[in-house]
Design a protein around this ligand. Sequence first.
Ligand code: CTP
Length: 403
Amino acid sequence: MSVLSGKHILLGVTGGIAAYKAAFLVREFIKKGAEVKVVMTETAKEFVTPLTLSTLSKNEVYSSFTNEDDDNAQWNNHVELALWADLFVVAPATANTLSKMANGTCDNLLLACYLSAKCPVYFAPAMDLDMYKHPSTKNSFDKLAHFGNIKIEAGYGELASGLVGEGRLAEPEDIVVFIENDILEKLPLKGKKLVITAGPTYEAIDPVRFIGNHSSGKMGFAIAKAAANLGAKVTLISGPSSQQLSHNNVEVVRVISAAQMYEKAHLVFNDCDIAILSAAVADYRPATVATQKIKKKEAGLTIELEKTSDILASLGKIKDKQFLVGFALETENEEENAKIKIKKKNLDLIVLNSLNDKGAGFATDTNKVTLIDANNNAYPFAVKPKEDVAQDILEHIIKKHYV
Ligand code: CTP
């Protein structure tokens, strides 16, 4: 899956012969799973029609502050458009537009969007070779780089003038690959290794029966996916769960019992940067496992249980550079109990969910958590889908503690 999947891309098209390539660029972005809106200058319309770009992007194309053709003319809100965008890509970018971007000129909708955008801005210049080399154009490039905008180098080849040199718009496929690589390179968890435990554990009573719990594994799988999308290499150790995850950055290790989870977690912990233990590990297991199916008898059945090893606490004991995160599911004196667990298990952060909160806990699609750090600072979050909770947890670790 591309890092562009699900991204909102605002494509700014300016008036140069290469504007026709914007059509191919829209198609490439769409193929990658992005949503595309196009804003174009008036001159760009002489090279490629808004109809082409709206058909390919499946969205309205914007070029002026109002829709003049429309009797109920509506204001095209440049701020809204700019804030909608996760990425603003100006391609092709003419010398004229680049100079205006560099100097804060705002005489069309595209430039108003540029000045309002808070997202990363990429620009792919396209112009004749002498224009490309001109000190004034160079000056625009330098200023834009200083603003943090990212240049996608023009290519070398035959230009519209018939001359041969630098200034050709980079090929649409190359623009897409450039942006994908740039995003991957800057992902906040790139180069980090994460260990995540998820799901329940099953503790065998005999060959057909076990002691288990209702954990679905959804929370841990959501954290693994979110971490992988943020660039981390993830080892996801999961107890029996119907959840599936196929991602280049994730190795899923399936286990059954607490003892197996303990062993796998210890194998990978030393080498990891962050460990997040969300599994609902059984605290007890049958002291002996019957080798044959236990037969029904007239009298009741008593099973002697023994404690399992606490994986989280054992990792807390050997913790060195690792950032260790535990979960706590509480029903009373929630924060107080969670704070005790942080100290007892030597954690850096605990994710507290209270069974008293609606929408929190085990088999639901949502969760409501409070993050508490080792200094007892508490950060409460609203009820959210587990995917968003996963994102909140990781962003909190990145922002407050980690990078
Ligand atoms: N945990 C673990 N290994 C165990 C038991 C729990 O790694 N054998 C981890 C869980 O994955 C979770 C955290 O410990 O991150 C909290 O588990 P919880 O059951 O809430 O706390 P306990 O310490 O077991 O205390 P209690 O059940 O008494 O609340």
